[in-house]
Design a protein around this ligand. Sequence first.
Ligand code: PGA
Length: 253
Amino acid sequence: MHPKRRPILAGNWKMNMTATQARELASKLIPLVANVKERDIVLSPPFTSTAAVAETVKGTNISLAAQNLHWEDKGAFTGEISADMLLDLGCKYVIIGHSERRQYFGETDETVNKKVKQALKKGLLPILCVGETLAERDAGKLNDIISRQVTGGLKDIQASDMQKVVIAYEPVWAIGTGKTATPGQANEVHALIRQKVKALYSPDLAEGLRIQYGGSVTPENVSVLMAMPDIDGALVGGASLKPESFAALVNFK
Ligand code: PGA
C-alpha cells in the first residue's frame, strides 16, 4: 500500500447470486462497511442481479462493477451487454479480461484491448486483469506473459486515460484454489507491472496506478498482502460471497 494510492477492494461474485440473494447480501454488507473511508468498495454482481444491487447500495459508499462488456456500442450481438447498458444501471467499473473469460470464452489480448478502449470511451473505469498459469510460471515465462498482457491490454490507450485504469494481477493458479501467492511473489509481479507502465507511459502514471491482487484473498491474508508496497487492493471471488467475510476484508487493518 502506498499513501498516494487509494485502496480498492472489489468483490467479484462471478456466476453466483440470484437477484434476490444479491439484494440480501448487499443489504447485510452495507452496515458492516458504512464507516469505511478512504477506500473504494466495489461489488461485481452478475448482470441479472446488477439492478437489484444498484438499488440496494444507492447512496452508500459501495460502487458497482460489471464482469464484462462488449466493445461495440450496440447492435446484433446476441447475448452481449453494452457499456451504455452498464452505465444506465449505475456501474462505475468493469472487470475486463478475467482469466476465466480468457480461458473459457476465448478472450485474447486483442479483444481485451477493444473492451478496455470501449470502457474508457464510454466513461467506465476498466479493471484490466492479467495473470499467468502455473505452467507458464514453471516454464519461466512469467515476465513475458505479464508484459504481453499489460502491453496488449493497454495498446493505444492514451496517457490521459491511464488514471482511470486499475490493473488486477491474478495468478491463475491462485484463483479459487486456496493457494495464495506469497506477499513477496505477488509484490514482485505488481512491481513488474508498475515498471512496465512506467516504460510505456511515465513514472508519475506508474506511481499513481492502482494494482489489485486477486487469487484466494481472505480476511486472514488480506492484511499481509495489503502491507506490501505495490499492492493497492484486492479482487476477491469466494470470500466476497458472504457479507461478514467481505466486510472483514474491506476493514483490513
Ligand atoms: P478467488 O477469485 O478469490 O475465489 O480466488 C478471485 C478472482 O477470480 O477474482
